[in-house]
Design a protein around this ligand. Sequence first.
Ligand code: XIL
Length: 342
Amino acid sequence: KTQSLKSAYQEDFLIGTALGTEHILERNEKANVLIKREFNAITPENIMKSQLIHPAPNRYNFDLADKYVEYGQKNDMYVVGHTLVWHSQLPTFVGKIKSADSVRIFMTEHINTVAGRYAGKINSWDVVNEALNEDGTLRKSVFLNKLGEGYIKEAFELAAKADPNAALYYNDYNIEQPAKRKGAIELIKKLQASGTKIDGVGIQGHWSIKTLNLKDIEDSIIEFSQLGIKVAFTELDLTVLPNPWDLRGADVNQRFAESPEMNPYKDALPDSVQTALANRYTDIFKLFLKHRDKISRVTFWGVNDSHSWLNGFPIRNRTNYPLLFDRALEPKKAYQAVLNLK
Ligand code: XIL
């Protein structure tokens, strides 16, 4: 049997992970050994988001991003840039901009400066992130509100010019679900019809062991690739915890309260859930293998369970188990299951 995820899947697609600051700075030896052994693609979990890399007008923090890119190059990894245009984790000054011209200047300078700095070193950019609502319409944001729907095309054109070699992706969550998928397909078709370069779509893949819908995922892989673009799974994780949105009828404060019912596996994950997680990952990777010709990359949103954002979202201070490596950085049953498919 093959010894690592990246070698097991090397003929199929890249296997990636999101890196936090501690990984980029190599502060945790065991984690860094694991990252280099298992993964051949990396995404910066936060440090290239505009709030962090561009905190004030004309001020950029390139320190960590430079180290991130060096880390990828040194270790021969596929380096993802995440993300250029997103309504969230924006520097506060952007939300206060009044005129369309000034928003356009911000977006233009941001893309030119960030994508330009790493031109030739970033393999793919998530150019626009989460531009859609659940019903497939365009999400309100400072970009849509001030620039109109053309901002998406403008962003892709700026990115293509700043870094002609990077693969350019549209990235979003829940776009495997039919209504939102339809919106994503329209968005991509419009770009293509206007001659704008788009190379791929990133399906984030923040899913749940309970509600995983393989049919929607398979339909999406097929429909997106029929547009002539690659499909990447860019932020894969599987929550094992109850979903606050399922508590219908309860008021919002109650739904999102830090309560024992919403954090049932505080001390340990029962074997039955460990097995359910392994089975769901098996189902997902079987599907990915079936469509390996259409899929460019599968990236996990974090290295191991202690590093996952799902310990803090959408309810703070929970203990979640969404990844293939546990809190001690040891492989879980789900890891073996994914390897055993090869
Ligand atoms: C998340 C990070 O994991 C968290 O650390 C941060 O606090 C919020 O953002 N969609 C995306 C990612 O595109 O950038 C988000 O990452 C998760 C959802």
